[in-house]
Design a binder for this molecule. Structure first.
Ligand SMILES: Nc1ncnc2c1ncn2[C@@H]1O[C@H](COP(=O)(O)OP(=O)(O)OP(=O)(O)O)[C@@H](O)[C@H]1O
Length: 236
């Protein structure tokens, strides 16, 4: 794979030591190209969250290799000096709940990340507005999060995930709180955004409504993944 995208090879994660150790990931392989949205599906306790957290540098894997674009970021140990910058600039998490900051308006919720990365306030807000416009929620730019519908809040959360143009977005059940129509809208948006910004998106989901939309699915069971073609059903 050239350019962006993510490749995971032989990733292992063990929690704890000795008799009580849990081998949550037992050698996971995964590759997601720029512009691609893949599903990650598996029963409770199969290792989905652990995989997303390793991918997001929120926890340390035990072994394996992860390559982001052309950069090896983990090879039996982190190869990146500044993990905070990696999380902030390269990985755009989208969670199942929007987790917007209640005392910041919509624009500042999205602009905060570039501001933290040192981008001037005006430019950060312009970037935020560009994303809010792409997600068709620009008319709520000055509203507070509590004034938005659930679907609008999730679109703002997606804008925040995308604002630093990360090459990879792990999305943890991004449609869980939404009804069928809004869930499909969010998946459509993730696909559009993946193509537009060449982002590799990994969607953990239990949501039967959206599973048929994936062209590729990774099934995870007991810490091991296997890949399968999905239906790749078009959005009506
Ligand atoms: N901090 C931890 N310490 C010890 N064991 C853990 C820890 N976090 C997760 N585990 C264990 O690792 C395994 C994988 O957990 P993980 O949370 O990744 O599963 P999951 O597929 O995301 O589950 P769910 O769908 O229920 O959220 C489970 O056996 C879990 O009990």
């Amino acid at each position: 794979m050239s350019g962006k995208g993510i490749r995971i090879e032989g990733l292992r994660k063990r929690y704890g030591e000795g008799d009580t150790a849990v081998n949550a990931l037992k050698g996971v392989d995964m590759q997601v190209a720029p512009g691609e949205v893949v599903g990650l599906i598996g029963p409770s306790g199969s290792g989905k969250s652990t995989l997303l957290k390793c991918l997001g540098a929120a926890i340390d894997p035990t072994a394996g290799r992860m390559t982001l674009g052309d950069e090896v970021i983990y090879d039996d140990g982190w190869k990146v000096r500044d993990l905070r910058a990696l999380r902030r600039d390269k990985i755009g998490f989208v969670f199942r709940a929007p987790y917007l900051i209640p005392f910041l308006d919509v624009t500042d919720n999205v602009a905060l990340l570039p501001m933290l990365a040192g981008v001037a306030n005006g430019e950060s807000r312009a970037k935020a507005l560009e994303l809010l416009t792409a997600l068709d929620v620009q008319h709520r730019a000055r509203a507070m999060p509590s004034q938005l519908s659930g679907g609008e809040q999730q679109r703002v959360a997606i804008a925040r995930g995308l604002v630093n143009r990360p090459p990879v977005i792990p999305a943890d059940e991004p449609t869980a709180p939404l009804d069928s129509e809004r869930a499909m809208a969010v998946i459509r948006i993730l696909n559009d955004m993946a193509r537009k910004f060449e982002t590799a998106i990994i969607v953990v989901t239990h949501d039967e409504k959206i599973i048929p939309t994936f062209k590729r699915i990774y099934h995870i069971r007991d810490g091991v993944t296997h890949e399968e073609a999905g239906e790749g059903r078009e959005f009506e």
